[in-house]
Design a protein around this ligand. Structure first.
Ligand SMILES: [Zn+2]
Length: 328
């Protein structure tokens, strides 16, 4: 069950006005930069990015997550909401963290959103000689996604609450292809670090998207994803990402990169948390933060993608085929 559906514990106050900073570019961070803890801004400062302020905006769904406002060396400003908008010790579904984060991004005027994720590969090609397989140490720019939960697809209390009759999101290219190209070229320019292999959208990798929960996938889930990938010829990775539908509905180009940290739980004998903790704390934070900052400092809003066109306007009859809203 998704939180925030009718009957949930969160209140809804549509009268709340956005009081935070505005920018066209943003990142929700994610597990690749977890190892920096609350010191992302210190790392950013060493690369010439100044943190201009830290905000905690109210949203219609309750107090929002932290919003950091940055200005890079080129003068480009961007926002950063740590770790997908999640708050320590708060259940992200129960507290509607995804609604809060996207309401902030939408109100702030964000057009390009960068999200990073990590976690397991369920690629069936795991033999030593399968060099083209999606393996730990690789960078993936997925082609498509699956989802294990009912994703949020609108923003309750706004004109985007349920816009299906007005605009429908076609989910080809959920992850903006020109932004994937930009991520790939930035990754190739990283100083002192090379990913084992980069799998771009042409590799057809599917992200089994998930956002919140206290466990990893079960062995059965991983076996199912492995088998499904073999059948469709599209290898599957598992990891955190926000709702691609919600990004599209909000008019935001979504850039997603994934660092493969381990094999899906149970597909290999070792305990993935051991290698994960080492990776998260030692290797990955500086690499991922450098990649994110370089991307945010230089990327421009794409003009050659279909992200906006794929939010299709529908005939007026469709909305009239529904019951009208109750008169206040
Ligand atoms: Zn796009």
């Amino acid at each position: 069950m998704s939180a925030g559906r009718p009957g949930c514990l969160c209140g809804l106050d549509p009268s709340v006005e956005y009081g935070g900073p505005r920018a066209a570019f943003a990142t929700l961070g994610g597990s690749p930069t977890w190892g920096l803890g609350d010191r992302f801004h210190e790392f950013a400062a060493t690369r010439g990015h100044e943190r201009l302020g830290v905000h905690r905006p109210r949203t219609p769904y309750g107090l929002g997550p932290q919003v950091e406002h940055y200005r890079g060396p080129s003068g480009r400003e961007f926002l950063r909401i740590p770790t997908y908008g999640q708050v320590d010790n708060e259940d992200p579904l129960l507290r509607a963290s995804e609604w809060k984060a996207f309401w902030i991004l939408w109100k702030a005027g964000v057009r390009v959103l960068l999200v990073g994720g990590t976690s397991g590969s369920c690629d069936w090609r795991r033999a030593a000689g399968d060099e083209s397989g999606v393996r730990p140490g690789d960078l993936v720019l997925p082609k498509s996604y699956l989802t294990r939960d009912t994703m949020p697809t609108g923003l309750p209390g706004t004109e985007l609450e349920f816009c299906l009759a007005h605009r429908v999101a076609i989910m080809d290219d959920p992850f903006c292809p020109p932004l994937a190209d930009a991520l790939r070229s930035r990754a190739a320019q990283l100083p002192d670090f090379r990913f084992r292999r980069v799998h771009g959208p042409e590799a057809g990798v599917v992200l089994n998207r998930w956002l919140a929960g206290n466990g990893f996938e079960s062995l059965a889930t991983c076996r199912m994803l492995e088998s499904s990938g073999r059948q469709t010829g599209m290898p599957i990775i598992t990891g955190d990402c926000v709702s691609p539908v919600l990004a599209r509905v909000c008019g935001i180009h979504l850039a997603y990169y994934h660092v493969v940290a381990n094999w899906g739980t149970g597909l290999e004998p070792e305990d993935p948390t051991i290698s994960l903790n080492r990776l998260y704390l030692e290797t990955l934070p500086a690499v991922a933060a450098t990649l994110e900052l370089a991307f945010l400092a230089a990327v421009s809003e794409p003009t050659t993608c279909r992200c906006r066109e794929l939010l299709r306007v529908r005939p007026a009859e469709y909305a009239r085929a529904m019951s009208p809203p109750a008169a206040e």
